[in-house]
Design a binder for this molecule. Sequence first.
Ligand code: ZN
Length: 148
Amino acid sequence: MSETLHIVCPHCHTTNRVQKAQLASAPDCGKCKQALFTGHPVALDDEAAFERHVTRSQIPVLVDFWAPWCGPCRMMAPAYEQAAASLEPHVRVAKVDTEAAQALGARYNIRSIPTLALFVDGREVARQPGALTSPAQIAQWARAQLPR
Ligand code: ZN
């Protein structure tokens, strides 16, 4: 029996059903035909898009809450990019600009940036304030929080 997972498209935010076995073979979105996994963090500064990814995705969603004026955030950005490539397609990697999306920062009570948070089935399961500056560190932190 093959298992299907709901994967939200990073481009048009449509929920796709993907066979679990097909996850790693670069599935495309049924609606916009673009790749469901790009190897890059998805900017979810729009509250509706954020909500959709976090609540509909049946894979964990890792979020970097950051801001353009934050030095440590910019230092972490290249490592986060690389971590995205290694965590996909088992984790959706996203980022939220708390300057552009102040309501999200407030809603999740983000007190310092950068803050990493991991969401599973719509619930925040772990949070890491402060920059992790190596891709391996970021990927390890995320993997260690995943439900087994
Ligand atoms: Zn799409």
